[in-house]
Design a protein. Sequence first.
Length: 302
Amino acid sequence: NTEYEPPAFIALEPPEQGFQFHLGPFDVQPNAEREFFYYEPALSDEDIFVNRFEISMRPGSHHFIFYTFNNEIPNFLIPEPQTYRELYDENGDFIVGTLLTMGYHSFVSGTQWPWMDYYFPEGIALRLPSDFGLDLNGHYFNYTDDVITGEIYANIHTVNQEEVTHIAEILQINAHDQLYLPPNEETTIEKVFSFNEIKESNDIPNEVDNIFIFQLLSHAHQLMQRFDIEIYDGETGNIEMVYSALDYLHPPIITYNNHLEINQGDYMRLTATYNNTTDDVVEFGLLSVDEMMIVFGYFYYD
């Protein structure tokens, strides 16, 4: 039996070394979605190094994501700390102020699973600069006739810098510009990323000749049937399937013991199949009834 059975919701114990965040309990109105952000300002005066994330969510969640901000965000857009910033107003329209801050987000970690406990490989940690804090992003949907209660616990576990041999970098690529799903049809979307395009998308210095990917995670919405990632080796001509997801709600988070080396001349190919069973065209969007085609992950370079 491969049917997914979610674990019971648990309140996480605070980490021995690190930080805990707790959002809620909060209401999610009937026949609606609620997506919000909650800014926790800088956690330390110095950079911190994270080697483990834990997340636990009450039922009804679509995702939880840790973001930080990039250095391009204007000071006037840095959010007020520890305040819920709704993405939609009571009419279901975007709140422009919230939408503007999203343009300066940098992904840190996240999951669609109601419970996640992810450890980085030994010696690898993600550096969180002290410039900004963390923008916590919760998304719940409730297509019932009753109010439901949402609640999220999230822990980051830290290590001392001297324990770190490689700094993890964030991988994020997407095929949003390809998403056009005609009504009542099955559609397969494919997008290829060269090594240079991967570098450009992820602000990797020009002098870097290869990267080592050690984790991959896909993200799509409810029309997705399958999501595959392949790597083409420019030296040998081999194409290797390195990732497959068959369940949009619970995509696998895969850590590679033999880290995936990507060099000049190599490429990554994303292929996703969607079955649009609605009578409307579906394109990229933020609601669960819209679609996405994203790959997140972690890598390092020497």
